[in-house]
Structures are given as C-alpha cells and as structure tokens.
Design a binder for this molecule. Sequence first.
Ligand code: AHM
Ligand code: MG
Length: 343
Amino acid sequence: IAEHADLGDFKTLEQFILETQSEYEHSSGSFSRLLRDMSVAAKIVNRDMRRAGLLDIYGQTGITNVQGEVQKKMDALAHKEFVLALRRGGECCLIGSEEHAEAIPIDASSESDGHYIVLMDPLDGSSNIDVNVSVGTIFSIYRIPDDVPPEEATLDDALQPGTDQVAAGYIVYGSSTMLVYTTGHGVNGFTLDPSIGEFLLSHRNLQTPDRGSICSINSGNYHAFDQGLRDYLNWLQEYDENDPNRPAKTRYIGSFVSDFHRNMLMGGIYMYPSTQGNPDGKLRLMYEANPMAFLIEQAGGKATNGKTRIMELEPESLHQRTPLFIGSPDMVDRAHAFLQGNA
Ligand code: AHM
Ligand code: MG
C-alpha cells in the first residue's frame, strides 16, 4: 500500500500562485486574487456536483440558453457561482459566459476596479451531467485595454484574439477534480484534496506527446464530413506495422474538457470540424477553443480551425463558433495535410 502523501509533499495552488507571481506582466497581486476567486468557485461547484444525485439539481431549468440549447440546472448553478465569486472578488470588470447572451458588467457599486475580463463556459459537457460522467469548466482571461476605465468595459473590449490572453485554464470534475492553467509560462495542474479543501500541485509543467494513438471525434457525423477529413479518419484506422499509433483508439466522451485533458496527457487529437449542416462546427471560439488552444500550445501542441491557428482568429462576437482541431502537434499537422488534400 502506497504511503499516504502528506501536505508537506505538495504545494498548494495559492503558494504556487504567489511564488510564480513575478512571471506575470501585471503583478500587483490582482491577478493572483482573480485566480484564487476562480478556484473558490470551482470548489463550490465541485461540492455541489459531488452531491448532485442527492440534491434536486439534476435535470433542466426549463430555459433555453443563447445557444438554443436547453439549460441544465447545474449549468445555471455553475454560472451563478462563478459570477458571484468574481463579483465578490472585485478583480474582474466584465464576464462573458456561455449561459448568458450578453457580456455581464461587474457594477461599480461592488467597488470593482478590476482590470480583468473573464470569458467562460461554466459547465461544459452538459449532456453528461445527469448520467454521472465527467464535465468541466473552461475559462479565458484578458486585460481590458489600458485606456478603458474598468467601469466602462464593454463586450468590444473582450473581443481580443486568443494571442492576447493573459491566462486560460479549466477545471475537470472527474474521478478527481483538477484545475489546470497557464499564464503563458507552461501548464500546471492541481488536484483537489477534498479532505483539506485545497488544490495541490500534482502535474508540473505538463507537456503533450508529439503524437499519440487517441482520436476524439463524434464519428456519428461522418456522413457530413469533408472528404479530406474522412480520408484522415480512414488513415487513422489503418494497420501499419511500422506505426505504433495505428490503428488509433477512438475515445470520445462528449465532454470537451475531459477529452482534452486525457489527450493532452496521453497524446491524441480532438476534432470538432465543420459539417455540412454546421459550417462553423459547434464549439465556441471565445470560451472553449481559445483557452484550450493557449493551454495546448503551452504544452507543446497545436490548435487550428483546419486552416488557421485558433489564437490568431479575429473574434466578432461572444458566442461565435469555430471548427477545432487540437492536440499533439504531429497529429494536427497530419490532419491538416489530409484536409488540404496533400497528405
Ligand atoms: P456544451 O458547451 O453545450 O456542453 O457543448 C460542448 C460539448 C463539448 O463538451 C463536447 O465535446 C461536444 O459538445 C459534444 O458535442 P456532440 O454531442 O455534438 O458530439
Ligand atoms: Mg461548452
């Protein structure tokens, strides 16, 4: 039996944030407090999620959100908790959420002089909530432009390309709960120890393998894929005695955060392409694709829309969608070659 690790072996998230604060461009302590606020909300959502089957928080709210999707009670609850935590913390002046049509200004009465904008999907993978499968939270953090007073921040100030993100991360509520984030200095992962209520540094400086054997895509849409993508999927399924990664393993949870987390650790590619019915795919640029693109690039991987690097796309609206190919660099390159018809 492995010895129990005690806290002395691990750094807490707060310790780590303080120790690495000097890496940030703007290190007044404000950004550290913002991250702490996010982690507190994550713990509250985690607590509620762990008891979801016992409380009356499975199922739907009866509301259809801005995406035209039926909102789950846990979606609404997670949205509320993150907004509350950010409002209370005062470091954030504007929030964009999958669960809210408009950007949410943090009103001046909360004495906010926060310079940060947080864009998030409070609970991604909703279709999995009621059946006890892992879901996640995704977030992306920007600074408002220097010449904009925080109380005047609008959606326009949030529509910055992914290359301008100051931080991005996710929380995966899985067999354990993890918070993984980057500030552009590598990717670090923290596992929640529920007995002490702290996120502890468990995965330092994560790097994704150059290639792997995992392919994550909803192949039920195969009939609506471009020929180049079909060719790539067929190639992945071929046996090649010289290629240990083929035939690839199909792994698709339908929870982007969980699929992404596994692939980043093990090596793989996640794809949500354009289809005949949905030319822009499904995932949202500002709070799903961009933050994960920042993370995977920091871990040595790549993220594109099939043509262009995700983080260089010019955003037009809060909820815009984009096709997404993300994961191990060699696999994204190979997918591209097939998509362009020159594999
Ligand atoms: P959501 O934000 O409404 O939960 O939608 C995003 C989710 C992703 O987590 C997941 O990868 C994808 O939608 C699954 O979509 P599909 O069922 O079309 O394969
Ligand atoms: Mg989502």
